[in-house]
Write a protein that binds this ligand. Structure first.
Ligand code: CA
Length: 239
């Protein structure tokens, strides 16, 4: 073969190698892009915390289709929960729940003492008997809250609170339900939820599934209105 021919063959080979390399690069990029897409899909699934499990079988007040869902994780023995229920909750009810902006859920996170669980059993029993009576009983227990360091949330005390509040439940049945721990599964389910959402203190609020930091009602309102706007934008995008 002449030198000229040799060079031509060599150039042709180089061209082929270059094309093959280009094809390989494109194929690799495609594989990487698909893999990245899959990872993003998995991530977006696992970070979507605002799932139905958070609200299932929980006491709720407000409109079920409100754009924002607030979840309180609370312990009836926790003084900060009492403060929240007496000071902030009425404003939440008036400005956010009654206006249709938010619905409000309560989940037990009884961690302060064994009588936290007794109180949890009591509210779950009232909820099972008469869901509508839940919120009056919830407030009444916080109103009657004793010293955090004592085991004040006894069955007798919880029955006394139910009687004094005149909630529309059969108190004999309520006593039986507390003593026989009829609703223990509900309390345990709540605890599992608290663990899953990494709740470490009370009261903790989730706004559309996201934990928020708050000092007072204004912080809560701001978070709720922001969540409402985000939800609105999401709904618009779907149209
Ligand atoms: Ca519950």
């Amino acid at each position: 073969m002449s030198d000229k021919k040799n060079r031509r063959v060599e150039r042709a080979r180089q061209r082929e190698r270059k094309q093959l390399l280009q094809k390989l690069v494109i194929a690799t990029l495609l594989v990487v892009a698909v893999a990245a897409g899959v990872v993003m899909m998995i991530n977006s699934k696992s970070t979507t915390k605002d799932s139905a499990e958070l609200y299932k079988n929980q006491p709720m007040i407000g409109q079920a289709d409100a754009p924002v869902k607030i979840v309180e994780f609370g312990d009836f023995k926790c003084p900060a929960c009492k403060r929240f229920t007496i000071r902030d909750y009425p404003q939440i009810k008036k400005e956010l729940i009654d206006t249709g902006i938010a619905s409000f859920y309560f989940v037990n996170f009884p961690f302060l003492g064994s009588d936290s669980t007794t109180a949890g059993l009591a509210v779950e029993s009232v909820f099972a008997q008469k869901p509508a009576a839940f919120w009056d009983y919830y407030k009444a227990i916080y109103d009657a809250q004793g010293d955090e360091r004592t085991n004040w949330a006894t069955t007798d005390k919880l029955i006394e609170i139910a009687e004094q509040t005149n909630i529309a439940v059969d108190v004999n049945r309520l006593r039986q339900d507390i003593e026989k721990e009829t609703q223990m599964q509900q309390v345990e389910d709540d605890l599992a939820l608290a663990k899953k959402y990494r709740i470490t203190s009370t009261p903790t609020l989730l706004v559309n599934g996201e934990k928020i930091k708050f000092e007072d009602f204004d912080d809560i309102k701001q978070a709720v209105l922001k969540a409402r706007d985000e939800q609105k934008a999401k709904d618009e995008a779907k149209k």
